[in-house]
Design a protein around this ligand. Structure first.
Ligand SMILES: Cc1ncc(COP(=O)(O)O)c(C=O)c1O
Length: 472
């Protein structure tokens, strides 16, 4: 469960993977400069074309169908297999070229907000245009419901869960708002999380606790021990914090400060042994970066934001709830109308007017990430971690603040510069060197480096050179 990314021996993952030809990569590269998209074979895209079928069935007239068909034909085909090779700098370069990201930046802030690949953006723009040809039909006519079910199925494959238990929401914060508003907590009940928990997974509980009478408790995570921690120790830290009144435990799958991959299955099992009724996981930083398998996680809910590691259009997320939880947590949005959905986790996304073009483009984002290949992605992230960790620990001017245990680490890395404060360094690095990252002050006092699979080694090397030259 999770952690697969870093716990496999180096050089093992990806063995036996098939790669597309050099021709494929050339086509991929040719996406630049506004040319129509890239990828492999010009493949009929069944999922996207389903909305034409729905249009036909809905009795849309011939001119509308013809226009929709023309616009759809201009959309980039969803990629199948990009032929990305993690070990090839040329391949990483080509991947980098399929983004709009400014060449003037060293963008190491993917954990805050990712960037949409060109083909996903082009598809999104196409859906927007289509939508505006006949807004009432496209927004109210149910035209994009079927393709949204295909997207839900793709997301379910990514998280290894049932489609019926998955809602396409706006972001992680919304998932936790659904939970905090819907769960029947009372005085005497406690919600517990560590100081690594993000505000997005905490704020709804904090706000509602005084009104409803339950309590929220944060235990202090020993940041300074992070590089030496083992899985058993991380589990023990959580279990030791549990009290008889703890009814809910919230765990970030990967936290946003030191990038620790929490052993969620082990923590959930141990927490249940201690009488915790619900375990909720903040997946904002995990889906799209590491393998997630909700079928064996033993947790009750998982919420994430697509705009980070899935590089979807902004304002899209996923919320997974176990069947048991769906039975006790009602819908958060109120809505009238004959098409109201009250069954399955779909009820959590059943708000009224919806930004359908973005929702449909979420399917393109999932397809793009899948086409990179999970194994090559993992291999690339291991290589990036090795580069940053190796240089940081070899240089007395820098210090390392993230977990090192392969089962606990991720590609979110905390690096400090001796003699300098991180909040002072952050803005200077942006202004003088175009480096975009987050700085954490206080006890941590580290810069958070969060590259993506398309970040080139040379960008990171350049950034680390800058860091060492700014030590004092
Ligand atoms: C771990 C974690 N949880 C939750 C959030 C909140 O995400 P959103 O604002 O998309 O709801 C973030 C955002 O950075 C995060 O890193």
């Amino acid at each position: 469960m999770g952690g697969v990314l870093f716990s496999e021996p180096m050089g093992h993952a990806g063995a036996g993977a098939t790669h597309a030809s050099a021709g494929t990569l050339k086509m991929f590269n040719e996406t630049r400069g506004g040319a129509r998209s890239p990828f492999t074979m010009p493949k009929m895209n069944h999922s996207r074309r389903s909305f034409l079928r729905v249009l036909g069935a809905a009795g849309a007239g011939a001119p509308i169908l013809a226009r929709a068909e023309r616009l759809e034909a201009a959309l980039p085909p969803r990629p199948d297999h990009l032929g990305f090779e993690a070990a090839s700098p040329a391949s990483v370069r080509r991947l980098r070229d399929s983004y709009f990201l400014s060449p003037d930046l060293i963008y190491l802030n993917h954990a805050s907000i990712g960037t949409v690949p060109r083909p996903v953006h082009e598809a999104h723009a196409g859906y927007l245009e289509l939508c505006e040809t006949h807004p009432s039909l496209y927004v109210w006519g149910g035209v994009w419901r079927e393709v949204t079910e295909d997207t839900r199925a793709a997301a379910a494959r990514l998280l290894n869960c049932r489609s019926d238990d998955l809602a396409i929401t706006h972001n992680t914060t919304e998932g936790f708002s659904i939970l905090a508003q819907g769960l029947d907590l009372d005085s005497g009940d406690e919600v517990l999380f560590s100081s690594l928990n993000h505000a997005g997974a905490a704020v709804a509980w904090d706000e509602l606790a005084p009104r409803r009478g339950f309590t929220v408790r944060r235990f202090d995570f020993p940041l300074e021990r992070a590089p030496d921690l083992t899985v058993d120790e991380v589990v023990a830290l959580h279990v030791d914090a549990i009290r008889p009144e703890t009814r809910v435990l919230i765990i970030p799958h990967i936290d946003n400060m030191i990038g620790m991959t929490h052993p969620i299955r082990e923590i959930a099992l141990a927490a249940r042994d201690r009488g915790v009724e619900f375990v909720f996981v903040d997946g904002a930083q995990s889906a799209g970066m590491i393998s997630v398998d909700l079928s064996v996680a033993g947790v009750d809910a998982y919420a994430m934001s697509g705009h980070k590691w899935l590089q979807s259009p902004k304002g899209l997320g996923l919320f997974w709830a176990s069947e048991r939880l769906q039975a006790v947590v009602p819908r958060m949005w109120f809505k009238t109308g004959g098409d109201r959905v009250d069954m399955t986790a779909r009820k959590y996304e059943d708000y009224s007017t919806r930004a359908w073009p973005a929702v449909v483009a979420f399917g393109d984002a999932l397809a793009f990430q899948a086409s990179i290949g999970a194994q090559e992605k993992e291999r690339r992230y291991r290589a990036l971690w090795t580069l940053v960790h190796g240089r940081t620990t070899a240089d007395a001017r820098l210090h390392w603040g993230s977990p090192v245990d392969p089962a606990l680490r991720s590609v979110i890395m905390a690096v400090g510069v001796r003699g300098r404060t991180a909040p002072e360094l952050g803005p200077m690095l942006l202004e003088r060197h175009g480096a975009v990252l987050r700085a954490f002050g206080g006890r941590l006092n580290t810069l958070r480096i969060s590259p993506n699979q398309m970040t080139e080694d040379q960008e990171l090397e350049r950034f680390l050179d800058v860091l060492t030259s700014n030590s004092s």
